[in-house]
Write a protein that binds this ligand. Structure first.
Ligand code: FAD
Length: 419
């Protein structure tokens, strides 16, 4: 007889009590994910591990993961209820993306029973942070064009990995990564890829930090030299990495709205933003009808983005809709975010004309934020690529012309033409 699942209402009340008794108020770390320096970042990492462990010990970790893997075996509705109750409380923000999704989601979908047992309970206990390693120095949009190579050692059956990945968020302190690598150069690009699980902190993986224009150094690049990976850490079929990769990107696009993610509803990974109301008030424009219209527009965009994502997530959980439809939500979120940031600048007016927080008039936005607004259209795959996916795979429009269709990957021209 199947076990009766607790009703969402009863669960919500139980969660509310537990959260109140066990989790303190939300911390600046949770909101911004930005730390002043590495030391502070590592303190935040340790704190998130402890918080995740607290959720696990309290019976509230991994609500939508199966019980036999340390989860709670509940539904996306239970997860949503928990996340709503979490509002205003601290939570292990660094576990959300990419550890829970796409990484844990990919392991759940394609991992062997041994891989699931080795990693899902460890993630839920706060013992493993996971990074995703898709993008390469040669370009991140053409994911299937990966050139990181994995060659089988005939003596041991292990794989030997060589190559480079880039833009991997916070790889410098992550424990594991999922890596997309090329295992066959003699077939067209989508047919020669394989996915592997790889410990990040090991000899053979050199991790370098990248300083972005705004001074942040959370992005990393990794250089793999003869990294040995046992075949038991291969995910999915040999040369079947594109099947895994497509679902990987789906889970990535689901992002913070994935049923696997625990975080207060409405918050997302990224920098803290003052609300449009707070900005308008600070700028002395709260009674200005034009400002009120902008505040309304910003709020509507946020609501639509969140509901769109939620609808697609519940449709996907119920097996409805095309996997590629997550690109619709991804595109909307990117565009809405840019518009919301532009609205923030409109509301702030001249007060925002400083580069740093100190140089601006304390209106909650400044020049540095303007640079960062485009990030939401790049991270997780660009909005241009989302448009392509929607056109070709959701609307069924003709495919973009491509010179590498049906061509063995080793014969596809790469890099600048040499005379
Ligand atoms: C905050 C942040 C976090 C990130 N974290 C990670 C991470 O953890 N792991 C990881 O693997 N990657 C990560 N990335 C990298 C991200 O996935 C890539 O930046 C993105 O996929 C684009 O790749 P690219 O930067 O190499 O640009 P390119 O692929 O070189 O593209 C350059 C431009 O050309 C456009 N373009 C390319 N091809 C087409 C086409 N066919 N049609 C139309 N336009 C096209 C692109 O949209 C883009 O505007 C992160 C990026 C950011 C900003």
């Amino acid at each position: 007889m199947s076990e009766q699942i607790e009703s969402v209402e009863t669960f919500r009340l139980r969660a509310r009590e537990w959260i109140k008794a066990n989790l303190g108020p939300i911390q600046p770390f949770d909101l911004t994910q930005d730390c002043a320096d590495d030391e502070e970042e590592l303190v935040a990492v340790a704190r998130d591990r402890a918080l995740q462990r607290k959720l696990y010990d309290g019976g509230f970790a991994g609500l939508c993961f199966p019980k036999e893997l340390g989860g709670q075996g509940l539904t996306p509705e239970h997860n949503r209820a928990f996340n709503e109750e979490l509002a205003g409380h601290e939570y292990p923000s660094r576990f959300t993306v990419p550890t829970f999704t796409p990484c844990a989601a990919v392991i759940m979908e394609f991992g062997t029973p041994e891989q699931k047992l080795a990693h899902i309970p460890a993630i839920l206990k706060g013992e493993e942070f996971w990074a995703q390693m898709l993008s390469e120095p040669g370009g991140g949009s053409d994911v299937a064009g990966a050139t990181t190579s994995a060659v089988r050692d005939p003596a041991t059956g292990d794989w030997i990995l060589n190559g480079a990945k880039v833009w991997t968020s916070r790889a410098w302190w992550h424990d594991w990564g999922i890596v997309l690598a090329r295992t066959n150069w003699n077939v067209p690009k989508h047919q020669g890829l394989t996915v592997f699980l790889m410990p990040l902190q090991q000899a053979g993986v050199e991790i370098r930090r990248i300083e972005r224009l705004n001074g942040e150094t959370e992005a990393c690049e990794e250089f793999m030299t003869d990294v040995r990976i046992p075949d038991s850490d291969r995910v999915g079929e040999i040369d079947g990495g594109w099947t895994v990769g497509q679902r990987w990107m789906f889970h990535e696009r689901m992002g913070h709205n994935s049923p696997y993610v625990t975080q207060p509803v409405g918050l997302s990974h990224g920098r803290t933003e003052a609300t449009p109301v707070a900005i308008a008030r600070q700028a002395g424009r709260i009674d200005d009808p034009a400002a009120q219209e902008l505040i309304g527009e910003s709020r509507a965009l946020g609501l639509v983005a969140s509901e769109l994502q939620r609808r697609l997530a519940s449709g996907a959980a119920a097996g409805k809709g095309n996997t590629d439809m997550s690109s619709v939500a991804r595109l909307f979120r990117g565009m809405a975010n840019v518009r919301q940031r532009t609205i923030a600048f409109d509301l702030a007016g001249a007060g925002a004309a400083g580069w740093t927080e100190e140089e601006s008039d304390g209106v909650g936005v400044q020049g540095m934020e303007f640079l960062m607004r485009q990030v939401s259209c790049i991270g997780g795959g660009t909005t241009e690529i989302s448009r392509n996916v929607i056109a070709e795979r959701v609307l069924g429009m003709p495919r973009e012309a491509s010179g590498d269709k049906g061509v063995a990957f080793r014969d596809v021209p790469r890099g600048p033409k040499r005379s």
